[in-house]
Design a binder for this molecule. Structure first.
Ligand SMILES: Cc1ncc(C[n+]2csc(CCOP(=O)(O)OP(=O)(O)O)c2C)c(N)n1
Ligand SMILES: [Mg+2]
Length: 135
């Protein structure tokens, strides 16, 4: 969980080591629980000035596990959690954070993210149980 953020950071670092400044922003896609597990890395993004864009799927759920739990006809247990204000945390740690509720907002926010010099987190509200029928 959360490894996409670390992999994106590592990719940017390796690109710098290879003197490849033409690498644009790297985009990481991560679940909201995964993002909570690696929140401290936002401070590292700030300090290393790494141009990474993080797209967080917000559903206040360990959705993949909830899906498995439900398919196994087990009671809902330990898979729901509270809302985190990810954009506020991002801003507190020196990045730019936005809430996203539509494809159009995502496209516009990505364009903005690719223009700037700081890291960006886009908190995308994807709704509940949207993985149903897709796995
Ligand atoms: C460190 C770690 N702990 C537990 C798991 C098992 N696991 C796989 S997916 C998942 C839920 C992830 O929730 P979230 O990041 O919100 O993603 P979602 O499925 O909701 O999109 C868990 C607990 C894991 N892969 N890695
Ligand atoms: Mg989730």
């Amino acid at each position: 969980m959360g490894c996409a953020v670390l992999l994106a950071m590592g990719f940017q670092l390796a690109a710098q080591d290879r003197s490849a400044p033409d690498i644009p922003a790297v985009v990481a896609f991560v679940g909201d629980a995964g993002m909570e597990m690696v929140l401290g890395e936002l401070a590292t993004l700030r300090d290393l000035k790494l141009l990474v864009v993080i797209v967080v799927f917000i559903d206040e759920s360990l959705a993949l596990i909830e899906l498995k739990q439900r398919k196994s006809e087990l009671p809902n247990l330990g898979v729901d959690f509270g809302a985190t204000n990810f954009p506020a945390v991002t801003e507190a740690l020196g990045g730019i954070g936005h809430w996203i509720s539509s494809r159009d907002e995502l496209i516009e926010a990505l364009d903005g993210a690719f223009e700037r010099e700081t890291f960006t987190l886009l908190a995308c509200r994807i709704g509940e149980k949207v993985y149903d029928g897709r796995f």
